[in-house]
Structures are given as C-alpha cells and as structure tokens.
Design a protein around this ligand. Structure first.
Ligand code: ZN
Length: 304
C-alpha cells in the first residue's frame, strides 16, 4: 500500500488497496502503530489495517507457537483437559452459541471455519451435530484430527473440497477479523451453505467501550500513550467491525440478519497481565450500561 499510495496529513488514497466492504479507495489514518497503520474507509467507515493488503503467510502465523502462547485458552478447559472440571467463560459462550443456533436449526451438518484445535466442534458433536472443520493451521488441524478424531481440512475455506449447498450451519468464531478478504470468505460461506442455512459469527466490537477509552487516551496524549491501543489493534486482526459495518457486510454478501448481540469478552480470551484482565472485567459493568460491550455476535440466514 505504501508503495503506490499517497499519504498526506493523515489521509490516504490508494491505487491498489480498496475497502473490503464498499470498494472505496480513500482512507483516514486513525492510528500509526508499531509497523502498521489503522485506517478508516472515508465512504463506509470500515476500520482496517494496511496489513490487509499484504498476502499474509497464514500457515506460518498460526503454527504451533501461536497456540503455545495461548496455552491457557486452548488447552486448559474442560474439553482439552479432563482435569479441568468447571466450564470457563469461553466454553459457556460456545454452548450458548449452540443454543442460539438450535432456535433456527435443530440438527444437521455443521462446519466451523477457523476451528483451531476443535474445541467448539467437540461441543457441537456432543449435541448431535454432524461436524467438520477447516483451519489454515496444519498444526491445529492435525491436533483436532489426532486428539479428537475430528474431520478437519487444513487450508483456506476456498481450497476445501466442499460441495455447494452442503452445510446447514457454518460458524466463524473469532475469525472474521483475521481474514484479509472477509467479503470473499463470506461469499464462499454462502456458496457451501444450504439455501436456508444459518451462519453464526463473532468478532470484536469496534464500537466497544474499551476501544473508545483507548482511542481517547491516545488522542488526548498526542499519541504518546499508545499501549492500550497497541493491545487492542494488533497484526493478527486486519478488519474491525461496528454493528453497522458488520450488518452491511452480511447484507452485501447475501445474508439476512436474524440476531445481533453485543457481548462481554470471555475473560479467558483477554490476554495480558492480571491488572489488564482486572480492568477488562471491571469495565464489563459500564460496558453493559452504555451498550458498548467488547464483542459482536451475529446470526444470519442465507438469502436465496
Ligand atoms: Zn468502505
């Protein structure tokens, strides 16, 4: 993007990068961070990073070290470790997600895109779903197959040999923000879903209170206090959605929204020091009061 674009006074016009949602080419730079910029489309307000332009090496990004650095989240729960008896907040979220899906579809074929080591798929299988997964990480896909006996394709969704109109339900837990091309991914999702199929996805809420506070601190300090923003905008997440831009993305790609919820982040997902986790937990009360929770969860139906 920097090679052929122009960057003048915080505005960005690019010849080669366009907005995933509206194809606009004019952007406002929101944050200049360590190694990348967070930019806002001037036409539709979608927030992206300029890293979305580069073709990331997904296999390298999500190799074994990614999972080992998030060991508590992936490996210390009641699915992956029998010694853990209680359900953590993320497992509860997965079970609630299944209950939401089951309001619209009782049973059938369920695909989890970005299934990681297969924790959600195990929970869905327990409830009678016929499950399979796809993940770019060969490490995670092998773990899901070897440890849980799951059917998981290692690679990108568009590379998987799924027939058209095959699945009753497709879930995308914490993956939409990782794609360089979320519209294309939703188009493939649309193709492999049955005509009345259901999609569930969650993603960080760009309108969340924590982001609002981090941005305010960044601006009031003239960019000197960037730590909170650096924690919230990082190189693994390439797009950030508000309620409005997520709704627009779904509508553009052939889905009718059934439900859009704002939710707290499961605290097990909030990586960082104890004090940071405490701040996240404490903010859950004002988040709720001003309806600016950390995550968005959408359920939508495929339009014919
Ligand atoms: Zn746009």
């Amino acid at each position: 993007m920097t090679a052929r674009g122009g960057n003048l006074k915080g505005q960005y016009q690019s010849e080669i990068f366009f907005c995933d949602l509206c194809q606009g080419r004019q952007f406002q730079v929101v944050y200049r961070l360590d190694g990348f910029q967070v930019i806002r489309c001037r036409q539709c307000n979608l927030i992206s990073t300029n890293l979305a332009l580069k073709k990331p090496d997904l296999e390298a990004m999500y190799a074994a070290p990614y999972y080992q650095q998030r060991r508590d989240y992936y490996f210390q729960n009641c699915v992956t470790n029998r010694a853990v008896i209680s359900e953590n907040t993320n497992i509860r979220d997965f079970r609630e997600g299944l209950s939401l899906i089951e309001r619209y579809k009782s049973k059938g074929k369920l695909l989890d895109v970005g299934c990681a080591i297969g924790v959600f798929l195990c929970l869905a299988r327990e409830r009678g779903w016929e499950v399979c997964g796809v993940d770019v990480s060969r490490y995670a896909a092998a773990y899901a197959r070897d440890v849980f006996g799951l059917d998981v394709f290692a690679g990108e969704l568009q590379e998987a040999p799924f027939p058209n109109r095959h699945f009753d339900v497709i879930t995308l837990w914490d993956v939409l923000e990782h794609f360089p091309d979320p519209s294309r991914q939703l188009q493939v999702t649309h193709r492999v879903l049955k005509d009345d199929g259901i999609v569930l996805m969650n993603t960080p809420n760009e309108g969340g209170l924590l982001r609002l506070l981090a941005g305010t601190i960044f601006r009031l300090s003239g960019g000197k206090i960037s730590y909170p923003v650096q924690k919230l905008y990082h190189s693994f997440h390439l797009h950030y959605f508000t309620q409005r831009t997520l709704q627009a993305l779904l509508a553009k790609n052939g889905f009718s929204l059934l439900q859009l919820q704002k939710r707290h982040i499961p605290i097990i997902k909030a990586r960082g020091r104890s004090i940071e986790r405490l701040i996240v937990k404490t903010l859950s009360v004002p988040e709720l009061l001003c309806r600016r929770e950390f995550e968005l969860l959408a359920i939508a139906r495929k339009r014919g």
